[in-house]
Design a protein around this ligand. Structure first.
Ligand code: 6CS
Ligand code: FE
Length: 292
């Protein structure tokens, strides 16, 4: 386990301060920040209609960017959603998200990855503990910890349906993972991850010092989390789906290079290498006219 070398808050006030002081303190201390009701009911409804449309479209078919549950053909995740839906593209450009990312990273940002995680009722399987940065550094060649994710709840996330769990303070340590990255690891890891996960002793140390916090919130709430915060989630055996949209913003100064611990770079739907120009942020509510 190595001590973090990079800042958590890059802010030198080049951008407007997009958060309140207590929110900034929380993010610095815990490595994440929950914002309730960031999107209203109408916006959530539009996003749900769209995620259902995409799921139906990819119910069968062979698109590589559609990931299925480990023991069935049920759709688990759809990647690069901002390229498959005008509404999700508009969401990714929303000032409510982009202003926070630019402020914390103190830079222009672009989309490193976007996805929908369906965590369907009854059959949605877990996401084992991991730090995203570990994967993005080792397998994608992301140089520094200067990226963050936002996960937006599109269904209610309760204590029962496999909500996101984070380890407060874990963003301050880099847990290097044992074993070599197998060839084409993503085909397996996105369904059920076995390499690139922390060892039990390191996890215990992180949890002993920070505890575990689960993010429960109604649809429309969001959690911003640092790329190195340790997180995971349990299976969903309830009749209530837990569906989240997940967007990753990377600083334009932190573009990908050759992977640090894999023979071959992963495909673009997982790790953007081409379209890295700054996002042009758009303000206002999501509307039906954004669905294209
Ligand atoms: O491999 C990845 O890039 C993705 N996998 C997980 C489990 N979380 C972050 C990221 O979307
Ligand atoms: Fe993750």
């Amino acid at each position: 386990m190595l001590e973090r070398q990079d800042p958590v808050l890059y802010a030198e006030d080049r951008y407007g301060v997009a958060l309140r002081p207590t929110q900034i303190e929380n993010y610095l201390r815990n490595g994440f920040l929950v914002v309730e009701n960031l999107f209203n009911d109408e916006e959530v409804k539009l996003l749900n209609d769209e995620l259902n449309r995409l799921r139906t479209e990819h119910k069968s078919g062979k698109a590589e960017s559609t990931i299925r549950e480990p023991d069935s053909d049920i759709v688990r995740s759809i990647f690069r959603v901002h390229k498959q839906s005008g509404l999700f593209h508009r969401l990714a450009c929303d000032t409510r998200l982009v202003d926070v990312a630019r402020y914390l990273l103190d830079d222009e940002v672009y989309l490193h990855q976007t996805r929908l995680n369906y965590k369907p009722a009854y059959f949605g399987k877990e996401f084992y503990w991991h730090s995203d940065f570990e994967t993005w550094h080792a397998e994608d060649g992301m140089p520094r910890m200067r990226a963050l994710s936002v996960s937006i709840s599109l269904t209610d996330n309760t204590e029962h349906n496999g909500p996101l769990m984070l380890i407060p303070g874990s963003h301050q340590s880099f847990v290097s993972c044992a074993g070599e990255t197998p060839d084409n690891h993503f085909r397996q890891s996105l369904r059920r991850q076995e390499y690139g996960v922390p060892d039990p002793a390191s996890l215990r140390r992180l949890v002993e010092s920070g505890g575990i916090q689960s993010v429960r919130g109604s649809a429309g709430s969001a959690v911003f989390f640092d790329c190195n915060t340790m997180h995971g989630s349990n299976s969903n055996i309830t009749p209530l789906p837990r569906t989240n949209a997940f967007l990753v913003y990377n600083s334009v100064s932190n573009q990908l290079v050759t992977p640090f611990a894999a023979k071959k770079a992963r495909p673009g739907f997982l790790a953007e290498r081409k379209e890295c120009s700054p996002i042009v942020a758009v303000s206002g509510r999501l509307r039906a006219s954004h669905v294209t």
